[in-house]
Ligand binder design. Structure first.
Ligand code: ADP
Ligand code: MG
Length: 305
């Protein structure tokens, strides 16, 4: 049957970590490490909605894994394995080859195994990945732990992917197509950060989720936003709009006490960290420039005013 030959040909590679039973039976089997909680999440990508129909299949494969590993990272957890539910309009071997290669490239880079899934036909190309990871019991970093006085930090740069989407062909398109889940940083922040989220819908909106869950407010200093040199050539308001409202960055936004921030900086980090603001008692998100209120007019920001 076509379904089984697709699974065998493209989705049945060797596992890269400890799996008791992977692809091939009714379910997969894992043995949880002692004193660890299972961390689990899922994300679906629909062709034409989450990526243009003609996107390179290798990039689609990479991104469908990366966005899930980013959610695992945002809990301070270590990614372990994924399941793949794939709905295909037709069997296109070139597409499947590129897609599976991209998926496994991302899995291999972060030491994750594909342990099962489902393959069906449907008029719409839909890719749904479930990711599993482990975290020391009680140590997951949630959205609800932000404390007044915490520094607000973000990894890498923000706004790149949104710029890439609007300027296809520009080198920043790579940041849209091949997001880097901050798996190592996420685990380093376990025990240090008070709250964390990954930035998928724009920094202002995602930080807003931390503020709501933690019942606190925040100040963001525009001059501290980590913005790519390409975007720095644009009008300031435009740059800030990309940085605060652009989606698909998959960076980590976290809040951390000043003391733990110092501890973090003493560690070896594989990505830059920018301190962009502070958690405040007063609810809402205040945007400031050189310490002075600087209201911005774009969508996503009013939401928190
Ligand atoms: P069942 O009929 O019992 O649900 P399937 O015939 O759908 O099982 O799948 C056979 C095996 O292949 C299962 O182990 C399943 O997890 C795995 N599998 C199916 N589709 C995929 C996929 N796209 N990627 C990885 N594993 C898959
Ligand atoms: Mg079965």
């Amino acid at each position: 049957m076509a379904e089984f030959s697709i699974i065998d040909t493209y989705f049945n590679r060797k596992n890269v970590n400890s799996i008791d039973l992977g692809v091939g039976d009714d379910s997969a089997l894992l043995t949880p490490p002692p004193q660890q909680q299972l961390v689990i999440c899922a994300d679906t990508l629909v062709a034409g909605r989450h990526f243009p129909l003609d996107t390179n299949p290798h990039a689609i494969g990479w991104k469908s894994v990366a966005v899930n590993l980013s959610d695992i990272a945002a809990m301070g957890a270590k990614p372990h394995s994924i399941l793949l539910a794939l709905s295909l309009p037709q069997i296109d071997h070139d597409w499947l080859k590129g897609f599976s290669q991209g998926l496994y490239d991302c899995c291999d880079q972060f030491g994750v195994s594909l342990i099962g899934g489902d393959t069906t036909q449907s008029p719409h190309l839909t890719i749904s990945v479930t990711a599993l990871g482990w975290v020391d019991t009680g140590k997951a970093v949630t959205r609800s732990g932000a404390q007044v006085g915490d520094f607000i930090c973000v990894s890498g740069q923000v706004g790149d992917a949104a710029y890439g989407l609007q300027h296809l062909g520009h080198p920043l398109q790579k940041r849209l197509d091949y997001p880097t889940p901050r798996c190592h940083l996420g685990q380093q922040l376990k025990g240090l950060a008070n709250s964390m989220i990954d930035v998928s819908d724009g920094l202002a909106q995602d930080l807003g989720h931390i503020l709501t869950a933690s019942k606190v407010g925040a100040e963001i200093e525009l001059n501290q936003l980590p913005i790519d040199a390409t975007l720095k050539k644009l009008q300031q308001e435009t740059q800030w709009k990309y940085a605060l409202a652009g989606g698909d960055d998959y960076e980590l936004c976290f809040t951390i006490s000043p003391q733990n921030y110092e501890t973090l900086l003493q560690q070896q980090l594989d990505v830059n960290i920018s301190k962009i603001g502070q958690i405040t008692e007063q609810n809402g998100l205040r945007i400031i420039k050189n310490g002075i209120d600087h209201p911005l007019k774009f969508q996503g920001y009013q939401h928190f005013a």
